[in-house]
Structures are given as C-alpha cells and as structure tokens.
Design a protein around this ligand. Structure first.
Ligand code: CMX
Length: 439
C-alpha cells in the first residue's frame, strides 16, 4: 500500500503468511481435537478459563504473570532497547517484538520512533469534535470519542469500499494501526491540555521517542518522568487476549470494523472500575483515607481499620484481586522497582507499600477472594503523583494509550491470519436446567 520502505511491515508479512499456512493445515488435520471442557460454574462465572481465541502477542500465567512473546517484564527491561542514557525499555521495542516475535535492534527501534513521529498528525475535525464537549467531560469519554472521530482516516474502510481483496486486509489493518498508535499521544495530550491546561494543541518534540514525546506534550520535561512513561507504556500494553479491553477489540474487529472503532470499544471496556478505571479508584481511595485520618503517614492499624470500613460498606478494595493472577502482579513489582530505584523516600509511595502489607491478609479473611494480591493498578497513581500528575481521572487514558500497542498488534495478526467473525454460543436458564435434569 504505502510505497515507502517499511522493514516492520515486510517482516510481519513474512512471519504471518507462514503461520497462516501452518494454521490452515493444523486445523484441517486436527480441527476436531478437544482442548477443554466447559463447566456450569464457568458459564455463570464470567467465562473464566474457557479457551476461545488465539492471541499471539502475550500469554498470562496465574503465578508467573505476563510474558510478551515469552519474555517476562524483567527480561524486557534487560533486552529491549532503551533511550540514550536510560534504563527503561522503549515501548517501540515491545511493539516490534509483539508484531514480529523477534527482539528489535536499536536501529529498528529508532526507525519506529521516527515512523510514528511522521504519522502522528491528527485531522482538524477531531480537535473540533472534542472542543464541542464540556472541558470537564471525563477524559476517558473524550478519548474514546476522539479515537472514533479519527476513524474517518481509516485506510481499511476506504479500501473496503473500493472492493479490497481479502488478501489485502492485513496490509490496510497494519497501516491503520501504525497511524493510530502514532496519533494517540497527540490526542491524549490534547485531552490533558483541555482538561487541566490551557486547552491548546500540544507541540511535539521531533527528537523524542514515542513515550517521552507524549510526556513532553503533556508538559512534563523531567527525564525521570519520561523514563517512567517508557516503563508505564510498556508494562500496560498487553495481558493476553481474554481481558475485557483486548477481548472487546477482538470481537468488534472480527466484524471487519476498522481498528479505530475497535480500539474505541476497548477503551470503553477499560473505562470500567473493575478494569482500567481501577487506577483512578486506587489513588482516590488512598487520598480519601489520608484525608479522613488527617495524616500522610498512617499506621498499619489505621489502614486496616479503613480497609475494614470499605469492605463493610459493600465496596471492593481497588487495585487488589485479579481474574487470572494468583500472585502479586509482576507489573506492580516492576513499578515498585522503579520507585525503589528513583524515589524510595516518597511518602505516598511508602503508604502504597504499607497498604500492600495490610490488604492481602484482610482479603484472605473474607474467605472468598481468589487472589488477595495487588494488581497493576495498585501502584501507578503514587508514581504519577510524585512527578506532579495529580489529576487522577486522567490515569486510565495513560493505560489506554499503552493498551493500544497490544490490541493493535494482535488485530494485525487476526486480519493476517484471516480469523473469522467471533460468535460464541449463549444458553438460557431453561436449557441449563434441562441439561441438569437429563444428567
Ligand atoms: N476487594 C473486595 N472484594 C473482592 C476483591 C477486592 N479487591 N477482589 C475480589 N473480591 C470479591 C469479589 O467481589 C467476589 O465477591 P462476591 O462473591 O460477593 O461477588 C469474590 O471476592 C470472588 O471474586 P474473585 O473470583 O476473587 O475475583 P473476580 O475474578 O470475580 O474479579 C476483579 C476480579 C479484578 C474484578 C476483583 O478482584 C476486583 O473487583 N478487584 C478490585 C478492582 C480492581 O482492582 N480491578 C483491576 C483489575 C486489573 C485491571 O484489569 O486493570
């Protein structure tokens, strides 16, 4: 499609064509093989553990946590290229890895940073649409509206209207995904500026990588904060395919809806407090506690009492628990590591660490919580507050910018492999009762 030389696209096409051939043969020969049973508990229990989709970019283990193409987060920190003088992985490197299955070189990552800077322009009507909304509209609402409005640019839609051959779907999806990822920091930074700044369109710095440029466009020039953004946007990118945001995008895109509306659907899913919005809820809950107690350094006994009050009022403890994980989330541990390296004496960070000592035993006492440990959202807010980003109703937008990397690389794979419309089966309670009777 585009005439420019694109080493990432070439590599992706080669790899995905080979896997497509392999999978066709595999399904032809072994399509009837049984890979799992479904229990009544799973039907009523949010479909936990039911294997229904293929998702190449990452895999989640209940105890070891997330692996991106086989690499844990500490391994990514070790193996992915960093910014000059930096120690945190560049999200560009993770995108390359997820899309191709191979670790990129520094040169390849440099090319990708430049490519995303080149593709980053947002059409004027998107700004106009957002300006029509009240500035205090929740940033996640603005984000999903902005992404949907950018769908006018979809290469996939334009080519489809012209009668695109199925074999070309992957190419149009790749072009859309690259454009969309490149544009997201500009959109998200504009939303930040509207909600909390002067409302002006942010200007990019053409020397910076994707994450640092995003930080810069929100007005954060601090090098340490830019390093935090590189880590943050890497670790939130993907959590295999079954989580609510990724799965939503997968379902919507399976109808051949373009990646703009598919990602907007994922963002809508991420905006719920049991999923991505938990990062805002955590810090709100912590600030609520500190306010109530009138101290910035609560004791463990004070935290325990506050936890109890939250549970007694029929609410969950945000940032704790997970549908799959059964250990502290390695994404929590990675953020803790960042804090230990850079801001070990921060008061709020120390409160987060104290909460980590108090909450798990309290949740265990309930006798029903399957995972009492902290998830990714338990730590992020305290790091952001340290560097001056106090506006916690913006936090889930940061999560969404990152999640786009995993979702969009996976959608490129879906279209390249020719995956069909997703359509699982539902049943009625009468059908279930009849099955039980028969058994
Ligand atoms: N606080 C209080 N109760 C909790 C709890 C928590 N943090 N986590 C689970 N429970 C409760 C559930 O609400 C459920 O109670 P009921 O039986 O009364 O409905 C019971 O324990 C069993 O739940 P579970 O099987 O352990 O957990 P689920 O897989 O159903 O839910 C999750 C997982 C994340 C929704 C849940 O742990 C939760 O609500 N956590 C708080 C919100 C949160 O941090 N979400 C972010 C998750 C990560 C992300 O996607 O970003």
């Amino acid at each position: 499609m585009a005439d420019r030389k694109d080493p990432l696209k070439e590599k992706f096409h080669k790899k995905s064509s080979a896997l497509r051939t392999e999978i066709r043969a595999l399904v032809k020969e072994h399509g009837a093989k049984v890979v799992g049973d479904v229990t009544l508990g799973q039907v009523f229990g949010g479909a936990r553990g039911i294997k229904t989709m293929m998702w190449e970019t990452s895999e989640l283990d209940a105890y070891d946590g997330i692996r991106f193409r086989g690499f844990t987060i500490p391994q990514l920190r070790d193996k992915l290229p960093t910014a000059p003088g930096g120690g945190e992985p560049l999200p560009e490197g993770l995108f390359w890895l997820m899309l191709t299955g191979d670790l990129p070189t520094k040169t390849q990552v440099k090319w990708l940073s430049k490519e995303w800077r080149r593709r980053g322009k947002i059409p004027k009507h998107v700004y106009d649409v957002l300006k029509k909304l009240p500035a205090d509209t929740h940033p996640m609402t603005q984000f999903t509206i902005g992404i949907t409005a950018m769908g006018t640019e979809s290469v996939f839609d334009a080519k489809y209207a012209e009668g695109m051959n199925k074999k070309e779907y992957w190419d149009a999806t790749y072009e859309d995904s690259m454009d969309l990822i490149a544009r997201l920091p500009h959109l998200a930074a504009f939303i930040y500026s509207r909600a909390f700044g002067d409302g002006k369109k942010p200007k990019q710095d053409r020397t910076l990588d994707w994450a640092a440029n995003y930080a810069h466009m929100m007005g954060f020039g601090d090098g340490e904060f830019q390093e935090l953004m590189r880590l943050y946007l890497t670790i939130h990118a993907d959590h295999e395919g079954g989580n609510a945001s990724a799965h939503t995008a997968f379902l919507v895109n399976s109808t051949l809806a373009n990646v703009y509306v598919s990602l907007a659907s994922a963002i809508n899913s991420l905006s719920g407090p049991l999923h991505g919005l938990a990062n805002q809820e955590v810090i709100k809950w912590v600030f609520g506690m500190l306010d109530k107690l009138g101290t910035k350094t609560p004791t463990k006994a004070q935290i325990q009492k506050y936890v109890q009050e939250t549970l007694d009022s029929g609410r969950v403890i945000p940032g704790y628990g997970h549908a799959v994980l059964r250990q502290p989330d390695p994404r929590f541990t990675a953020q803790r590591g960042f804090a230990e390296r850079n801001i070990p004496n921060d008061e709020l960070v120390n409160v987060i660490w104290k909460i980590f000592e108090v909450v798990p035993p309290e949740l265990e006492k309930l006798g029903k919580v399957k995972n009492p440990w902290p998830n990714v959202d338990a730590h992020s807010g305290a790091l952001l507050v340290h560097y001056g980003m106090n506006q916690y109703n913006y936090y889930t937008v940061l999560f969404g910018v990152s999640r786009a990397l995993g979702v969009l690389s996976a959608l490129c794979w879906s279209r390249a492999l020719g995956q069909p419309l997703e359509r699982p089966k539902s049943v009625t309670s009468d059908w279930i009762k009849a099955q039980i009777k028969e058994a």
